[in-house]
Design a binder for this molecule. Structure first.
Ligand code: SAM
Length: 310
């Protein structure tokens, strides 16, 4: 069965790779088809499993078939709902009028002997228009990621959506363990735990460790938090399956080294075979990660961040 995911325009490449990474972590044989803003996954993974995790998926569901002519809608494989609504998602370069939804609604209502319900449909039928093909998809509910509570915040914290996306890019799933050796307020640990991934946080700032513990406790998560320098990761390497982290992007008052030297020192303690997803300020690139897959996140004129996946 094929699932579809319509992704946000803002971080399209990141969004696409996030979905691919989640799918492959559950089923290594997943086949993925990518079109502009549309990812289709043919695998054993239920679409909800992916949609619950994927930060940047806007709409998701099952592909029921393709169509050329909306007045025919032949070869569409989906069972009859009591009530439904049709929604057009135009991902093509042409403009598509609202009459398409009405036409498809009338045809399907007649075929199924079902009622159109705009306010409380049992099923949403998606007419996904692309420049190459038109797809008919459906979903019986909207599934969105549920972010954990963040009791204590901090100006330097990472955006929850990016944190979740980075955890997803690590390819870890339930039952695995990650470490964030620069955990700050614990955003990455929270997102990981909320997806059933255990986590270990390290931060050399005692106050940050206290904040992280409060944030974890507020959600009932029992991650280990260690008040130490990032080098402590060497002592937990045997317990972890991957590293997801957000490096300092300025010189902290407590650190004597530059952010670039810190990045170099950090990478030098990570074994090559360990999965590493990290975000740092653009311009700090070091040789050791020249081959990493990189995504740029523009924040403002003087801050672009880079997510690197090795
Ligand atoms: C950019 S912040 C992380 C923010 C975090 N992702 C959040 O959402 O709150 C970087 C963190 O690294 C910590 N840090 C800086 N140098 C460190 C070192 N050498 N070892 C461990 N932690 C360090 C800082 O105390 C800070 O909390």
């Amino acid at each position: 069965m094929s699932s579809f995911f319509v992704v946000s325009k803002q971080y399209e490449e990141l969004a696409r790779d996030e979905i691919i990474s989640i799918s492959k972590s559950y089923d290594g044989t997943s086949k993925v088809t990518v079109l502009p803003r549309l990812v289709m996954v043919s695998s054993k993974v239920p679409w909800r499993t992916i949609a619950k995790r994927a930060t940047f998926a806007r709409h998701a569901g099952i592909i029921a078939g393709t169509f050329d002519d909306v007045s025919k809608l032949e070869g569409i494989t989906m069972s009859r709902p009591e009530t439904f609504v049709c929604r057009t998602i135009n991902l093509s370069s042409k403009s598509v009028g609202s009459s398409l939804e009405r036409q498809a609604g009338a045809i399907l209502a007649k075929r199924w002997n079902s009622k159109v319900s705009l306010s409380n449909p049992q099923v949403t039928v998606y007419l996904i228009i692309t420049d190459s093909k038109n797809y008919l998809g459906y979903a019986d509910s909207q599934v969105m990621p549920l972010h954990p509570k963040k009791l204590v915040k901090h100006p330097h914290e990472i955006d929850i959506k990016l944190a979740r996306c980075m955890v997803n890019l690590s390819g870890l799933k339930e039952g695995k363990t990650l470490c964030d050796p620069f955990c700050g307020t614990g955003t990455i640990l929270l997102e990981a735990e909320s997806m059933g991934i255990s986590s270990i946080g390290i931060d050399f700032d005692k106050i940050m460790c206290k904040i992280t513990k409060k944030n974890l406790a507020a959600n009932g998560f029992g991650s280990t938090v260690i008040n130490s320098g990032f080098e402590e990761i060497k002592n937990v390497m045997g317990e972890i399956d991957g590293i997801v982290t957000d490096l300092p992007y300025g010189i902290s008052s407590r650190a004597s080294v530059s952010p670039k030297k810190l990045l170099e020192d950090f990478i030098s303690v990570i074994p090559k075979r360990k999965k590493l997803v990290m975000v740092y300020k653009k311009g700090l690139e070091v040789d050791q990660i020249s081959k990493a897959k990189k995504y740029e996140i523009y924040r403002h004129k003087s801050l672009t961040r880079v997510i690197a996946v090795t």
